[in-house]
Design a binder for this molecule. Structure first.
Ligand code: 3PG
Length: 375
């Protein structure tokens, strides 16, 4: 990948800057602007170098307007929002731009061509610029027009955060420090299974929490009551025998109206597992203490239902540990934000990934379609 520092004759160039501002929105406002903040160094660099910057992003599945996202970005840097993508309004606004100006076009997914990976759509967009920059790691696992086709049409470069994501996440399979602890939570057992198999080889310990653990516990013959499970028809006999695999030994369960800590073999038919229990947290804490590299994706419990205690406790331990640590996945990052966001996010040995699905795909495959397209 070429860095944006390698762009020649940048002054006055028109740069199509693909960002991922697919951010959570609540009551008409951006709820968490983490992804926006992480793209700022690239935007500021291009502006300082006097490029004309055209920001493009998607939001949700399409149809939503980026107006609120543009307002959130405007708090940090002055931009003009143009509610159009490839029409006359966009063409005129881009034609009128001065050096160092920034405009943001409307939600790319409002055009079918984006997700259909249409060459016609990519060609239309490419006419707006002479340089393409990908600063959209979280969507680089999608074969969308602005991710995989634009870099084939225009000279292409990687933004600073994209470079950091690739470098940091690669430590999970290149020059990895040991002991290496991989913590995987959340749900979607079938999607995460290839990752578990891979890291049972690469890591020293693989701890499974969240709804994911329920599938393992059920396969081991434990009662999981009414807990969330995937029920995918996966044979995990081999994985269960692997000594590196660590499962919860106790859990916080919802029993009637109460939340109680129970040993794993005491969970009842009508109960719901919401979090890993106190003994499990203690065991995990002692592994964290001895680890030199920690990779964590997905929360350990059902946060919204009161199962967030262990995730918070473990997050603090990971963030304060001396190990090189990587945390990823939207839910987990939101919990981190609710702790002591800024101090944790600036710790040199803690990397917080902006990706969700993209982080998992990168960890599983070592690259992403959007990254390959930049080569
Ligand atoms: C994300 O939030 O993970 C990315 O923006 C990708 O979004 P998508 O899953 O809707 O493609």
């Amino acid at each position: 990948m070429r860095s944006i520092k390698q762009i020649k004759n940048i002054k006055g160039s028109r740069v199509l800057l693909r960002v991922d501002f697919n951010v959570p929105i609540k009551d008409g406002k951006v709820e968490d602007d983490f992804r926006i903040k992480k793209a700022l160094p690239t935007i500021e660099f291009l502006q300082k170098e006097k490029a004309k910057i055209v920001l493009i992003t998607h939001l949700g599945r399409g149809e939503e307007s980026l107006k609120v996202v543009a307002e959130a970005l405007n708090k940090y840097i002055k931009i003009k929002f143009v509610p159009d993508i490839v029409g006359n309004e966009a063409q005129k606004a881009i034609g009128d731009m001065k050096d160092g100006e920034i405009i943001m076009l409307e939600n790319l997914r409002n055009e079918k061509g984006e997700q259909e990976c249409s060459k016609v759509f990519a060609l239309e967009l490419s006419k707006f610029a002479n340089i393409y920059v990908n600063e959209a790691f979280p969507v680089s696992h999608r074969e969308d027009a602005s991710i995989v086709l634009l870099p084939k049409i225009l000279p292409s470069y990687a933004g600073f955060q994209l470079e950091k994501e690739v470098e940091s996440l690669s430590h999970a399979f290149l020059n990895t420090k040991h002991p290496f602890l991989f913590i995987l939570g959340g749900a979607k057992f079938s999607t995460k299974m290839p990752l578990i198999q891979k890291y049972l080889k690469l890591a020293d310990h693989v701890f499974i929490g969240g709804a994911l653990a329920n599938d393992f516990l059920k396969a081991k013959g434990y009662e999981v009551g009414k807990s969330l499970i995937d029920d995918a028809n996966y044979d995990i006999t081999e994985e269960l025998k692997n000594k590196k695999l660590i499962l919860p030994v106790d859990a916080v369960v919802k029993s009637g109206d109460k939340l109680v800590n129970k040993k794993i073999d005491e969970v009842g038919k009508h109960e719901i597992i919401l979090d890993v229990g106190s003994e499990t947290t203690k065991n995990l804490a002692s592994i964290i203490k001895d680890s030199k590299f920690i990779l964590w994706n997905g929360p350990l419990g059902k946060y919204e239902a009161g199962g967030g205690g262990a995730t918070k406790e473990i997050l603090k331990l990971v963030a304060d540990s001396k190990a090189e640590s990587i945390i990823g996945g939207g839910d987990l990052v939101s919990v981190l934000s609710s702790l002591k966001a800024n101090s944790y996010k600036q710790k040199a040995n803690l990397f917080v990934s902006t990706g969700g699905g993209a982080t998992l795909d990168f960890l599983a495959n070592g690259t992403l379609p959007g990254i390959k397209a930049l080569e």
